[in-house]
Design a protein around this ligand. Structure first.
Ligand code: HEM
Length: 220
């Protein structure tokens, strides 16, 4: 779980950084070109397969661990958690389910439209007359984002999921590094600090995207 978790932690940094190109004030040109580069590059396609395998393994491992823990202790402890632990440390399964539901909605809104355009309808193309990919049609993912984030309920669903992601990461980040052996009292405060910073910065960066698009601050 620790390995797949760290792999997904790295994916989120790459994903948030690529998406942050929507904040370049050029009406989505930089973002669409970066997304096209990432979406048509064979290395990225290979990594994408690894990513989906990573997600599935992480989910299966999470479910297995939850079931095993329940089986080991069919009668619940009278004190549910230690006073020095946070509520979200014992709610990782629930938080994971919220993230999984989000992921299904999220992939159906973006990924299936670029990868299975013939079946689900594409996101539409756009052509630029300067910079990278001159006069070469690229997927208008920026336009698709504007469309998706024009609905208030979608923005709310994203914000709930990103809050869940933040708490999931707040425990998951440090837990992963501890599992991999970083248990010395010298490392723990550092890992904890980085973990908390990561679990605030990444979800917050993602949250800015639907919110700023919904309110028209970021637009084409
Ligand atoms: C507001 C936040 C987010 C936005 C605007 C966003 C946007 C996108 C877009 C546009 C794509 C399609 C890329 C393509 O088909 O070329 C995509 C794919 C994907 N997103 Fe997100 N995303 C967000 C948050 C997240 C989060 C929090 C996760 C994971 C927990 C996630 C996981 C994925 C995965 C697994 C894919 C498919 C793999 C890939 O194409 O890289 N996304 N996202």
């Amino acid at each position: 779980m620790a390995f797949t978790g760290i792999f997904l932690i790295i994916f989120l940094i790459v994903h948030a950084s690529a998406n942050a190109c929507i904040f370049v004030p050029d009406h989505g040109a930089t973002f669409n070109k970066v997304a096209h580069f990432l979406g048509t590059n064979w290395i990225m396609h290979l990594l994408e397969v690894g990513l989906f395998v990573g997600f599935i393994l992480h989910i299966v491992q999470g479910i297995t661990i939850t079931i095993q823990n329940k089986k080991k202790r069919p009668v619940k402890y009278s004190m549910v958690r230690r006073p020095d632990t946070h509520w979200y440390s014992s709610a990782m399964g629930l938080l994971g389910i919220i993230i999984l539901i989000f992921l299904i909605i999220h992939l159906s809104q973006f990924w299936v439209h670029t990868r299975f355009a013939g079946v689900f309808g594409g996101v539409g193309d756009i052509t630029y007359d300067n910079g990278m990919y001159v006069n070469k049609p690229v997927d208008n993912l920026f336009g698709q984002m504007e469309l998706v984030f024009s609905h208030a309920w979608v923005v709310i669903v994203y914000l709930i999921a990103l809050l869940a992601l933040g708490f999931h990461l707040a425990h998951g980040f440090q837990s992963a590094f501890r599992t991999l052996g970083m248990t010395s009292s010298r490392y723990i405060p550092v890992i904890r600090g980085i973990g908390y910073a990561y679990s605030i910065i990444i979800p917050l960066a993602f949250a800015c995207m639907p919110v700023l698009m919904y309110f028209g601050v970021v637009h084409s």
